[in-house]
Design a protein around this ligand. Structure first.
Ligand code: FES
Length: 63
């Protein structure tokens, strides 16, 4: 996965920033929104953000 890929254009949040938020404790879409601002403006990226949060949370859980 490309961690430099921008997921949320409104807030310029990359998948790596979402991963960092999950790795530093965020477990839900809402917590990642709070930490990164991703998905808090137009909302069009929400499905992608949620998918990544779930994926990174699962990866964290399996480490
Ligand atoms: S692209 Fe993420 S809130 Fe607009």
């Amino acid at each position: 996965m490309n961690l430099d890929e921008v997921i949320c254009f409104c807030q310029n949040v990359t998948s790596g920033m979402i991963k960092d938020a999950v790795d530093s404790g965020a477990a839900t879409l809402e917590e990642v929104q709070e930490k990164t601002g991703a998905g808090t403006v137009c909302g069009s990226c929400i499905d992608n953000v949620r998918r990544l949060v779930e994926q990174f949370a699962a990866e964290r859980a399996s480490r």
